[in-house]
Design a protein. Sequence first.
Lengths: 614, 294
Amino acid sequence: MSTIEVSAASSQPTRTDSHVTNDFSIQVATVNGSGSQTANTVLMRALFQMGIPVSGKNLFPSNIAGLPTWFTIRASKHGYIGRKKEIDFLVAMNPETAQEDVRKLEPGAAVVYDEPLKLNTVRSDLHFYPVPFDRLVGPVCPEARLRKLVRNMIYDGVVAQLLGIDMEEMRTALYKQFGPRKAKAAELNWNAVKAGYDFAAANLVKTDRYRVERMNATAGKIIIEGNAAIALGCVFAGVTVVSWYPITPSSSVIEALTTYLRRFRIDKETGKATFAVIQAEDELASIGMVIGASWAGARAMTATSGPGISLMAEFTGLGYYAEVPAVIVNVQRVGPSTGLPTRTMQGDILSTAVLSHGDTKHPILFPSSPVECFTMMISAFDLAEYFQTPVFVFSDLDLGMNNWMSDPFPYPTEPINRGKVLTAEDLDRLGGFARYKDVDGDGVGYRTLPGTRHPKAAYFTRGSGHNENAGYSEREDDYMNNMDRLAHKFEAMRSRVPAPYVDIDQRAHVGIICAGTSRYAVEESRDQLRDEYGLQTSYLRLKAYPFTPQLSEFIRRHERVYVVDQNRDGQLLQLMRLELDPDEIAKLRSVRYYGGLPLDARTVTAEIAAQEGF
Amino acid sequence: MSALLEVTNPEVTNPVEPFLRMERIPHIWCPGCGIGTTVNCFTRALIESKVDLDRVAIVSGIGCSGRVAGYLRLDSFHTTHGRAIPFATGLKLANPSLNVVVYSGDGDLFAIGGNHLIHAARRNLDIKVICINNLIYAMTGGQTAPTTPGEAITTTAPYGCYEPAFNLCALADSAGASYVARWTTYHVRQLTKSMSEVMRKRGFCFIEIISPCPTLYQRRNKMGDGLDTMKYYKQKSKVRHGAPTSELAITKDGEIVVGKFVDRDRPDYLELMRSRLSEQLGDRYVETENLVCS
Ligand SMILES: Cc1ncc(C[n+]2csc(CCOP(=O)(O)OP(=O)(O)O)c2C)c(N)n1
Ligand code: SF4
């Protein structure tokens, strides 16, 4: 059966002449573990190579193989790389979800599908392209065992033909994906792409509106996952000890880091590793090892997700109170408990800001892009060592595990800051030191590292009451002085954490605040609010907690300020309430999304428009 | 794939079907995975042992193995990673008339949850622990587990694992378990029998099931698919009932000793509590049937 027959039966709308160029999303619906990732990456890369801004998002289930997954590629000439809610071009490969996937589409969308699924009978307002995948895969892939994988490359060819993606770019992307060592596999897959392309050229009549055209908006950019960017940041920050326990979506931070360390951190002269990575028996052990290593003077880190953060609570309190550096990456996922382990959320903000018992407060950095994943890891280690305290870096599943178009990373210009560490020579000069004394007025004392050869170097530290000299103390004044100094230290961080990104529109009465990956939806939503409602907005993107003075200034400038949260309870807003003045708090409005998918602009626009009374 | 779970045709009634939440089938396990086979054995053991099914509760941790609780049509609870045993302990103490079964993976029970396991064994708490040992953390993509044998390749040990592994049976035995057995998923009859025995036995019972994860462990270690693993188990395993548990270490391609190694009678936690407290308190010690408010 060919499409010509299908259109003759008038089961699909007639050809449309108004083209939509470089502005659509493609969704590929497949089964987990069916090897579609390569096909999807090739498609995304080919668009990228054609100079079109792209983003790719993988929606996968909590299972290893066999359940439905959806991969969405967005092409946007405007450079929007957040999730687009509507799907314009569906590739329906999974019989289990195909019917529902088709039902969810907006009228006018295109559907490439496996012919036996007969999806063209489901609706009549879509553009259907049936493809006999099984018939096409046979001749290009004689080995039956590989057909399941190679089949996916056929849709790449079909989509390339229908959208007008340059086949040379497809070829380059595919060979890059396989690498020189898998040239034979690459050839096999390339033949499948060609078979799909040829089939489409000969049998399908293009009736939908979507197409691509070369542009020049990706020159000099790279494609990378947030987790790999964090790993590279750790390498450049000089990490030496890594302890972790596997948990999705953070495991690939450490898996990438281990690969980079093996490549870049073997001493050339001695051939010895200058790092240690240990997989602990759980997260409690991993944070313990990090704090132990940091006390010894290593730059130590761990990466986890929400459940792991909960288990690290007690030790984090020890790090805070005994003042030991630690860097903890949290690639957030949906909670509470095991929640939706493979979906995204920013739901650990409130609990982590004060993680542990008693009075604790911890700095949190909020990277929003691979570049910031990289630069903020370096900031995190410097802050942790300078302020001698656990520092959290909050990514999320969307940033961590999806492919992002990114600027190349800036080479660090500042030297690493190891903070206030006294050597034997320093001690000779000073004649001794008081571990928990605020000498410089920023609340941060001087420390020595265990093993320092000096009679005055050793000290005994603890998680229970202590005085300036690290001596055990249950005295009311010692405890309160110490806690006040720790609070003062937290205040001192405000001038050292990354300052927010601020974009003031002089005409705007309305401001929008967000952190992390919410930015993509918010930045696109600002354009929608302006174009569709004539609403000008200012924008502040937080990069860190504790908040810096720019936050209050921003709120005071505007009449109403929307705080965008990816959680049910508006955690970012709640955290602000703890710090701001009542007249500032009164201006705050909450925009919340907590369905587990990456935030999209439409959701933000609709919510703000509704609250603005449009 | 387990024959059991393939049966979805309503015409064919499988004897174990009534024990499964059929609305949740197809299950999440990969083709060739051993977990489904163990569920099949377990449901048969429920039939054979003639236990009161209304009194059986299943508790799982997190992992591919931890998904078992979700497919059984019994009172079942999916806890957090590593904490199935503390939850089960509370459950048993609150309602001692329940037959509490913990069904989970090696990582869940012996890495993050290792402490809980040895303490439950030490107390001889009357629960049955069924541990699916696929030698790795599967759910998270195939990292090294405390059970990974030396030299085996995992995502986190690309050059082969160098950490010594736990001998699970020895650990359970030395911590005080009343019953310790090990089978592979090849030994369906023997496994069913062991499961059936523990359902009727009092005290802390532990069954280790060596089970394939063709997707992550066998593939990386070039050990073939599910079927190849069955042949491998058949060839490598040796039944040695009563073997000293210290001799049961698993190596990458060495012998797999299977059998029942421990079957002893020790007073369980509740008996110990009862006898000590009545001895000390006499008539003042009164016990309620269960602590559940009704
Ligand atoms: C506190 C916490 N840490 C980590 C995880 C991630 N996690 C889920 S399952 C699992 C390992 C499962 O291994 P195992 O118990 O051997 O079961 P299998 O998947 O191999 O059957 C891990 C580490 C989690 N859910 N919670
Ligand atoms: S990943 Fe391994 S353990 Fe998990 S379902 Fe697949 S085969 Fe079974």
